[in-house]
Design a protein around this ligand. Structure first.
Ligand code: ADP
Ligand code: MG
Length: 207
C-alpha cells in the first residue's frame, strides 16, 4: 500500500529532517572537501526551521505542506542549496495544488516540473556534479514506474546511482567548480542530500 496525502507528506518531511540531522557531519565532511563545509549545517538548520513552521499552523493538503517547507528553506538557508531546495519544494507544492491525494503520474509530472525549475534557477546540466545529477535519474524512475511503491524505490535507487556517479566528475557549477580538476574524486554534497530526500520519500509513502 502506498499513498501520498497530507499526513504522509508530513511524514516525508519529518523523515528528511531527521536524515539531515543524522547525516549532518557526513554532509559537512563532503562539503569541506570541495566547498566551504556548510552543506550539513545549512540543510539541518533549514529542515529544523521547516518543522517549526509546520507545527505552528495546520496545513490542509500536500501542497500546503510543501510550500511551507519551501518558504522556511528560502528564508533561513543561505548559499546555493537553500534557494535551490526552496525552488524544488515550491514547484512541487505548486504542481500538486488542489490534490488531497496524489497518484503516481501526477507526482512524477510534479517532480519533472520541479527539477526543470531547479535547472532554470541554477543552470546546472547533467554531469556538472550537482544535486541535479541525483534528481534526474530519480525523476526518470518515477516517470517509468507503473506503481507508486516500485517507483519510489526505483527513484531512491536512481538518486543513489546519480550521487555515486558524481564522484569522478569535475564540478562545473557552484563552489566546487572553483577547484577545477581537484574536485574529481569527491562525492557531491548536494546530490547526497538529494539521495536522502528520495530515501525518505520511499520510506514515508510506502507501508
Ligand atoms: P554553498 O555552495 O553556497 O556553500 P551548500 O554547501 O549548502 O551551498 O550547497 C552546495 C551544493 O549545492 C552542491 O553540492 C551542489 O549539489 C549544489 N549546487 C551548487 N550550485 C548549484 C547549481 N548551480 N545548480 C544545482 N545545484 C547546485
Ligand atoms: Mg557549502
Amino acid at each position: 500500500m502506498s499513498l501520498i496525502n497530507r499526513d504522509t507528506t508530513l511524514r516525508w518531511i519529518e523523515l528528511f529532517a531527521a536524515q539531515m540531522d543524522e547525516h549532518r557531519q557526513d554532509l559537512i565532511r563532503l562539503d569541506t572537501a570541495i566547498g566551504d563545509g556548510d552543506h550539513g549545517t545549512n540543510m539541518n538548520r533549514g529542515m529544523q526551521k521547516a518543522l517549526e513552521k509546520l507545527q505552528a499552523a495546520e496545513q490542509a493538503d500536500p501542497s500546503a505542506v510543501l510550500k511551507t517547507v519551501a518558504m522556511a528553506l528560502i528564508s533561513s538557508v543561505g548559499g546555493a542549496a537553500g534557494p535551490l531546495y526552496g525552488t524544488l519544494f515550491l514547484q512541487l507544492g505548486t504542481a500538486l495544488a488542489g490534490h488531497a491525494e496524489v497518484d503516481l503520474p501526477t507526482y512524477a509530472a510534479a517532480w519533472r516540473t520541479s527539477v526543470e525549475g531547479v535547472q532554470a534557477r541554477g543552470k546546472a546540466e547533467p554531469g556538472d556534479k550537482t544535486m541535479v545529477d541525483a534528481l534526474l535519474p530519480a525523476v526518470a524512475a518515477l516517470e517509468q514506474a507503473s506503481d507508486l511503491n516500485t517507483g519510489l524505490r526505483a527513484a531512491a535507487d536512481g538518486a543513489e546511482q546519480g550521487m555515486l556517479a558524481t564522484i569522478p566528475l569535475i564540478a562545473r557549477k557552484g563552489r566546487a567548480s572553483y577547484l577545477g580538476e581537484r574536485s574529481a574524486g569527491h562525492q557531491d554534497p548536494g546530490s547526497t542530500s538529494t539521495y536522502y530526500l528520495f530515501e525518505s520519500a520511499a520510506a514515508a509513502f510506502t507501508s
